[in-house]
Design a protein around this ligand. Sequence first.
Ligand code: UTP
Length: 288
Amino acid sequence: MTVKKAVIPAAGLGTRFLPVTKSMPKEMLPIIDVPVIHHVVQEALASGIDDIIIITGRSKRAIEDYFDDSPELEMHLAKKHNSDLLDMVREISSLIDIHYIRQKEPLGLGDAVLRAEKHICDDPFAVLLGDDIIKNNTPCTRQLIDIYNRYRCSVLAVENVPEEMVSSYGIINGRPLEDMLYLLEDIVEKPKVEDAPSTLGAIGRYVFTPEIFDHLKRTPRGVGGEIQLTDGIRSLKNSQNVYAYEFRGRRYDTGDRMGYIEAIIDFALDQDELQDDLRAYMRQVLER
Ligand code: UTP
């Protein structure tokens, strides 16, 4: 059984992006003209996922509206014979069937993932954080699924983070197995740099065996009073192998203001109609 289902947790409060996140989900912040979560859904699709569950919370209606049909807009565009825009709008709502589950309170990422248990049943599944974008020809989730298919075990994507950022991540201690692949020996949520077992931090991509749910159910509140996915993984690795993989690709944490700016610049530089003007403008700005 390969991985066909994915959970996208998008119910967090986004406090790093206040005040805009008071009334708007951070997952809907635009990377120029496409919201962050659209890129995340596309990564899941490109990885072979055909069933997506988005975990939403209060003031997250915009996410459901974005992926839904928009009859008035479509009628308006059809009347104006604007077929390019009409196709684009229709394509978004026909991408894939998305199911929504509400996390009543933002009790943490571990709790958000646990909300999906009834829908996932006994299948392996991917988790993609709704505010992380990863660019690569082979999508990061596909890379993890390939490892799952070889070992039939849970696997998380990790990357080396700067020392000053260690206390913002779940940091792993891993036994190197082969190129970029580690057997997870431990994982600690947001350690002080002096206590951290490495600088390899878990970023927002995972593949889990369904047993993770039993471990999350037994996970007490941890750092920040939240049910931490990291603590659930720590418990899971005591009963079955868990792997960590240094994925290939460039990651943008768009829930962080600097990460968001970097994403916008890089995505604009990729667009033929924007890159020349943007380069000229940046040169001008740097000379000020
Ligand atoms: P973050 O760790 O970025 O948390 O969540 P956050 O609360 O949204 O943001 P800050 O730190 O306050 O700015 C990572 C992902 O997990 C989701 C978020 O929506 C985000 O996509 N999440 C987090 C939930 O779905 N539920 C939660 O209780 C917490």
